[in-house]
Design a protein around this ligand. Sequence first.
Ligand code: CA
Length: 538
Amino acid sequence: MLPISIKTKAVGPTPFRHRFLKSMLLSPVLALLATAAAAFVLQTARSRPTFGASAERPNVILILADDLGYGDVGCYGAADVKTPHINRLAREGLRFTSGYCSASTCTPTRFSLLTGKYAFRQKGTGIAPPNATALIQPGTTTLASILKSAGYQTAVVGKWHLGLGAKPQPDWNGLLQPGPLEIGFDYCFLLPTTNDRVPSVYVENHRVRNLDPADPLWVGRKNPNGQPTGITHRDTLRMNWSHGHHDTIHNGIGRIGFFTGGHKARWRDEDLADAWVARSVGWIEKNKDKPFFLFFSSHDIHVPRMPHERFQGQTKLGFRGDAIVELDWCVGQLLDTLDRLDLTKKTLVVFCSDNGPVLDDGYQDGAVTQLGQHKPAGPYRGGKYTIYEGGTRTPFICRWPGEIKPGVSDKLVCTIDLAASMAALTGQTLPENACPDSFNVLPALLGAENAHGRDHLIEEGRGLALRIGDWKIMQHPRRKKKSKRKQVNAQQRDTNVELFHLADDPGETKNVARQHPARVAAMQAKLQALQAAGRSRP
Ligand SMILES: [Ca+2]
């Protein structure tokens, strides 16, 4: 179904190609020998995809933005926010127009990105609460463990939101284990949940950083001691909430959930991006002579959007636009570091987002009132929480100078495919039951000639959607009483099943299910079969 072999033309060792061409010119005998050798090398390359134990394996930096929509950056059409560094990635790399995350909210996309498994296959992978324990169990094959077993140094810096520690709840004052270090990362420096959820502290490896034992940290769902909340002290907030986000007040902003103690360990929202960059740059410098994998997991542009003071007011879009500028600055710092350390040509940089855009996600921060002509989802319908294209079709760029020819690709690729694709990049064979929904789309990611992307993809949000070629069917859940949060990005529709032809109707405005009953039935059956099979990897 999908190509497993890699074209040596696209990714093979360049010196060999040069030698081969030179011999062709020198002598017919040498040319015959060279042809046989080339056939052998091609055969080897097909059975053992690429790079193997070669010293040419690139470093990998995966930059995952948070809630960044298709239309939120300049290289995807944004005019009212400047993103020169993300634009540089696109100019020097391959920009995908059908690049997806696997779900339209944080936790399930992050779960799938690391495990290569659709989140709907595992219970408890919805948006994780503050006291969630580790969602990915030790021993699971992950994107990180794949690269670690290939000899890479591995780190995750930034937002985690995949739970920490063992049941019944994380031991915030002790060892937060298991976590990233138990599933393939050598180092982690984390925002443990989200920036709108408690606790507002950093976690480094197994512990809350800078925690004073005399001031223990407590995290819970009920107000423990009548502390001020976003409801009782709403008039003191410097960013008002619109729904939810009215429990513990920290840094003048109401949060989801309650926490007490750990005062020395608490961060300021304005400093998060600087912290991610400082830790990442230091870690890259320390590991620059080894192959490394850095998962740079930005909290931008998730709510509460409170970028550093130097970015506030940089756009006319309010803090949401300013947070995009902050995110772009982070990308620039990483690219500058690669340039400075002469690692640019030795590093594959992947830029993507964990779900589509949302304007009012619980705070009155100007995202709605100052939107102007900006289109966060570009030409697509819906956004975060939805299974319309705006929810999961997001910026997706791969850059590897000298190996990836700059351009634009319409191949269908997804964040869930990074696990199998990085296994192929490093010449590894996945165990049969590992990464069950991750496809090797490495040729497409590297822009190889005649490469194919996925032939189908399930998109997960409120309900499931299946895209096959240009057709997309959606199975919306039956309507229930909605919470305020679930009304965000909700859109009117009169049916639970919708069918769209994305090439003719990219904005998903014309449901053609009634005109194509046979196609609807076939795609529903395919979706059910993919769910029942427990896996979809070829
Ligand atoms: Ca997100």
